[in-house]
Design a protein around this ligand. Structure first.
Ligand code: MG
Length: 420
């Protein structure tokens, strides 16, 4: 089974949808490093692993602040390696009676070390936000099969990750439900056969709201997503549509398509997870109950297909499926993301940093809901006028990480200043 996927410029790109070897595909158990095990994706991934103990083996778990949950997971899965946020969290973890003696590493260096462990067959990158980049890069540098839930990695360093994967033979499998749907709908066909990708979006809890109502939205309201149960940051991103903006960038990077061929349509029921339109007019969609075990299990087990315990979608009871255009005037985050990708030169890093700070400020009650896009827009304006030198798409991982860190830090300072 060998699927090659061409990049925009026509160069063959083989990092996606191709098992490193037949031997890799057949060998069990899959030895897994799960980065972000205490988050929402991590919890679903562990359910998948637990349901198929012969197929999967947890070799490393990493979390951030939730040491109690990490300790509980460690006792259940007994991984020889555990990663935590810092020295204090490592001490706290040692305070638990785990019943065995795992090796504990801490911080970004520790996470990166776990991602590159030689025993691994698979790394599931599910940390939240820009903090997930470093370990994703390390996994790609080490030539791993990377099940990627951390979309920010591709937003911050998409071009670089593509070239890195081409160099090392690393493979990216998309866990993000929309991109996983596209992966399944493509079924190995090449970009030349694709007219466009249609990314579906639920529209979040405020889909039909007018500007006056949006101005008064509280964090509690924004945290109530109608269809998906997810972490805090991504739930707010879904309410502003920035999540879909980041996903447009993610799709362009994953599938080697230009912006004009990736469109967003609202689909409030979240049952069609995305579609691909082929040049012959055929439209392929992937549907299913909104349950992250499906895309996670699809990637972890790929190219196998497993019973994951997901409730089947009963189309006779699911009601109507509806589609509509997004309201880009009231939800400008979508066009901000497109602007950042079109401009390139590191602007997606500024976009993401501005957004992460804006979401924190909103949750802390320091800015209003509509200030989120306003803040990000101002961060992009300043980035553009500063005429930043931008980002090379080659070079070593440390060099690229430093450049990204610098753009990220500057944009965060700018964003924090905005709220004063
Ligand atoms: Mg998604």
């Amino acid at each position: 089974m060998q699927y090659l996927w061409p990049a925009v410029d026509g160069a063959e790109l083989s990092y996606i949808s191709r098992p490193p070897s037949q031997d890799w595909a057949e060998r069990t158990p899959r030895v897994i490093c799960l980065l972000g095990s205490t988050g929402s994706i991590g919890a679903s991934a562990l359910k998948v692993v637990e349901a198929h103990p012969k197929l999967f083996q947890i070799h490393a778990l990493a979390g951030a602040r939730n040491v109690a949950l990490l300790a509980e997971q460690a006792m259940r899965f007994r991984p020889p390696w555990i990663g935590v946020l810092d020295g204090a969290a490592a001490d706290a973890l040692r305070g638990y009676k785990l019943g065995y003696a795992p090796r504990i590493v801490a911080g970004p260096d520790g996470y990166a070390q776990l991602a590159g462990l030689p025993e691994l067959s698979t790394v599931l990158s599910a940390q939240s936000g820009a903090a997930g980049l470093r370990a994703t890069l390390e996994a790609a540098r080490a030539g791993k099969v990377v099940c990627l839930a951390n979309k920010e990695s591709l937003v911050l360093a998409g071009e670089y990750i593509r070239s890195l994967c081409a160099r090392t033979g690393a493979v990216i499998l998309p866990v993000d439900s929309e991109h996983n749907a596209i992966f399944q709908a493509l079924a190995g066909r090449s970009a030349g056969h694709v007219r466009r990708i249609l990314l579906t979006a639920s529209g979040g809890p405020f889909r039909d709201w007018q500007r006056e109502a949006l101005a008064a939205v509280t964090p509690e309201q924004a945290l109530r997503h109608p269809n998906w149960s997810m972490g805090t940051k991504i739930t707010i991103d879904s309410a502003t549509l920035m999540n879909k903006g980041l996903e447009v960038i993610e799709a362009c990077q994953l599938y080697g398509l230009p912006l004009e061929r990736v469109e967003v349509i609202l689909h409030p029921q979240s049952l069609v997870h995305s579609l691909v339109e082929f040049v012959d007019g055929s439209l392929m969609a992937q549907l299913g109950t909104p349950d992250m075990r499906m895309p996670i299990g699809h990637c972890l087990a790929w190219p196998r297909c497993l019973d994951l315990g997901v409730a089947p979608l009963d189309l006779l009871r699911s009601g109507s499926l509806t589609f509509e255009a997004p309201d880009e005037d009231n939800f400008p985050c979508l066009s901000l993301a497109r602007r950042a990708l079109r401009h390139g030169k590191g602007m997606p890093v500024a976009l993401n940093a501005g957004n992460e700070v804006a979401v924190e400020l909103f949750l802390a009650g320091r800015i209003a809901f509509l200030d989120i896009p306003a803040l990000i827009s101002d961060v992009l304006d300043s980035y553009e006028s500063a005429d930043a030198p931008g980002m090379p798409d080659s070079g070593d991982v440390n060099e690229i990480s430093k450049i990204i860190e610098k753009i990220d830090t500057n944009a965060r300072l700018m964003a924090a200043e905005w709220a004063k």
